[in-house]
Design a protein around this ligand. Sequence first.
Ligand SMILES: [Zn+2]
Length: 315
Amino acid sequence: MKFELTILGCGSAVPTSKRNCAAQVLQVLERYFLIDCGEGTQHQLRRFRIPYNKINHIFISHLHGDHFFGLIGLLSTLSLQNRRGALHIYADSRLQELLEFQLNLLHSRLGYPLVFHSLGREEEVIYEDRVLTVTAFPLLHRKEAPVSGFLFREKERERSVRKEMTDAWQVPVSFMQHLKRGEDFVTPEGERVPNERLTFPPPPVRSYAYMTDTLYRETFAEYVKGADLLYHEATYGKEAEALARTTFHSTAGQAALLARNAGAGKLLLGHFSARYPDPACLLPEARVLFPDTEICTDGDVFSVPLKKRSNFLSF
Ligand SMILES: [Zn+2]
């Protein structure tokens, strides 16, 4: 039941010897989602042993080079490795034009279909399957083009049947799916048995939010309310707050403020300016506002465990 984030790159516009440009992988059960794809991402995928042929969905937050310059290389490698399955890309629609231009110029064809999903400027669900949804939401980093954050959120699971109770009430097997969906049971004599007596509630859903390059806005906390894990860019520290404002970036303290207002579980700071050889210097200003804050390093892995109940039973 994995819900695990691997940081592939936590640098910003200029990569350093220690920090790659923006990229990360979220694994949810057997699914691998690539989020941003800065230069060198395919090297990082290899380095941190991510099975990148299993990546079927790539989310690009915006068209600044540190978030997508690694894409054409990765797409080419996948083709050389005989990938055949469709690859879905969620991005500003102009990325499609750019990739097609590059491929045409190279007289190159990929051996698998690329499926583009255009991101707009409204909050919307852009991906959904049996297990989770991905919602894109607009941030404030470029005026001329959309910039999106992403919220990955598990769907509510079914309730679990309390076998000793269903035995006692002689609930037929054919009704078990109804019970798992929360319906009450009515006995042949007409007595209604509340669902809560026959089932346990499911474990809480898990969520991860990715806040890419953005100016701080208090209202953005609404997009990521209650996220268990929140990654927020912290390009600068408080001493460079004016610079953060003019470049449409955030400081570590602003990231912490947002995490606090959103009621997040844990805050991860990343997208550090190359001016900080050791971004640990940004930690104090964040922790004073939001104690459960960590500084990301390339290769870090953060898991959100499934919160099990002691009396949790599955039928
Ligand atoms: Zn950036």
